[in-house]
Design a protein around this ligand. Structure first.
Ligand code: PHE
Length: 445
């Protein structure tokens, strides 16, 4: 095991905040959030989502960062060090979870790379001729192309992780996160100034409390956990590189704020354009790869906006994928392997594991009624992440020594005694119970 003193760390608090926010901000924010909000009562959903992030998301993320920083090792060894051998499987499950997520996340990352390149050439022209559905269909049903671009995406991810925490992850996130904001801002300004944009803003934001049911709360809870990258060990490993002198509480609040702000802004970027051009509001790949290019074809300067759009998606996916890769790489580095070798080996293994996902959309592999890629997503998002996150909360609330937790959380005295007690109540009872509820209500294999 590596000497703790020699272990790498982030160079600054802002570096940690941007890297963790980069992990959180991803396809969950850009793909899923606007659609779920639009369908679940607009501003009413937003209100519920914010309540959940403030009450449960921040609580659970603090628990994860805190465990990471107390253990100062990868998830598996951290759990063993702090809780004994019987807790190690929880950490191992977290690492396995990031491994599986990245196996399919990299496939979608590859699609984005392909579309980024295509937007420089003939994507918009083809979209103008109404061919986006055909192009997308032909691309995803051609496994060798999909695997080729998946490989490129994995290679770029590995290239960042290869350079370590400060030189690779922190430095790239400090450049990419501001880039992401600027790209979003440009696209939002374009979208909301289109004639007819108001109808989209209304669909997205008109508060409709009649649509709020218990399902809405569950949808918000599930979306919040995925979006904040909770329960996958990614935030925990970043926490393990956070210097002891930095404040966990304010960092976590900032990360959650950035993630929620980006999710909210994603809706302002998408819906005004969808409604202005009379398209169907949809979620996921259909919207990104089929609908959006047709919208750009109808705008003047569409090629430029398409390039910015796919760059935005690429950056969002890449800052998430590097956190996913670091989770497994960190395990081998902690066990004494050279970082470069560890990165290349884990990246190669994850790439190979992703191949069935890359194949599955050509009509081939299925597990039960689901395409392989959906089944992998279901296993991680609906089963592994909620359960691991619940165990993190239980671990902090019930297993770790309360005084040590308090000292770790309040190392610079920035959380008052009252709020510490409230947080302890949340982490002991409310968060695990809420997670169990989403878990059992949401489970539909
Ligand atoms: N939070 C990321 C997103 O919104 C996904 C992710 C989950 C990343 C778990 C890392 C770990 O897309």
């Amino acid at each position: 095991m590596i000497d703790e003193k020699k272990r790498e760390s982030f160079g600054s608090r802002i570096g940690f905040v941007l890297a963790a926010a980069g992990s959180a901000v991803g396809l969950g924010n850009l793909w899923k959030f606007p659609y779920i909000a639009g369908r679940n009562g607009g501003a009413a959903f937003l209100f519920i989502y914010i309540v959940i992030i403030v009450c449960i998301g921040i609580t659970a993320m603090m628990a994860e960062v805190l465990i990471g920083r107390m253990g100062r090792l990868n998830a598996a060894d951290t759990f063993e060090k702090l809780g004994g051998k019987k807790w190690k499987p929880v950490g191992l499950a977290g690492i396995l979870c990031t491994f599986i997520i990245l196996s399919y996340y990299s496939v979608i990352g590859g699609w984005i790379v392909k579309y980024f390149f295509m937007s420089f050439t003939d994507l918009i022209e083809q979209a103008g001729a109404g061919k986006t559905g055909e192009i997308f269909g032909a691309f995803v049903s051609n496994p060798s192309q999909v695997i080729f671009y998946q490989g490129i995406f994995m290679l770029i991810t590995a290239l960042v992780v290869l350079f370590g925490i400060k030189g690779g992850i922190e430095r790239s996130c400090k450049i990419m996160m501001p880039m992401l904001f600027v790209a979003m801002l440009v696209l939002i300004i374009r979208a909301v100034t289109l004639p007819g944009a108001m109808a989209g803003i209304e669909f997205y934001l008109k508060p409709d409390f009649s649509k709020v049911t218990s399902e809405t709360w569950l949808a918000a809870l599930g979306q919040g956990f995925f979006s904040l990258s909770l329960g996958a060990g990614a935030i925990m490993i970043y926490g393990s590189y956070l210097p002891k002198t930095e404040n966990i509480v304010s960092s976590v609040k900032q990360i959650c704020f950035i993630d929620t702000a980006v999710a909210f802004l994603a809706g302002l970027m998408i819906f005004p354009a969808v409604f202005a051009f009379g398209a169907e509001p949809a979620a996921g790949p259909g919207l990104t790869f089929i609908t959006v290019p047709t919208l750009f074809a109808k705008m003047s300067g569409g090629v430029v906006f398409a390039v910015i759009f796919f760059l935005l998606f690429f950056v969002a996916a890449l800052t998430s994928s590097i956190s996913l890769l670091e989770c497994s790489t960190g395990y081998f580095v902690d066990h004494g392997m050279d970082r470069k070798l560890a990165t290349l080996i884990t990246a190669a293994l994850i790439f190979l594991t992703g191949i069935p996902s890359a194949y599955s959309l050509s009509g081939g592999l299925k597990i039960g009624s689901r395409d392989f890629i959906d089944a992998a997503g279901y296993l991680t998002d609906s089963i592994m992440m909620p359960l691991c996150s619940m165990f993190c909360c239980i671990f902090v609330g019930w297993i770790l020594n309360r005084e040590l937790v308090k000292r770790e959380a309040t190392s610079d005295g920035k959380i008052g005694f009252g709020s510490f007690n409230i947080w302890m109540m949340m982490v002991k009872f409310v968060a695990p119970a809420a997670i169990l509820v989403i878990f059992f209500t949401g489970l539909k294999w």
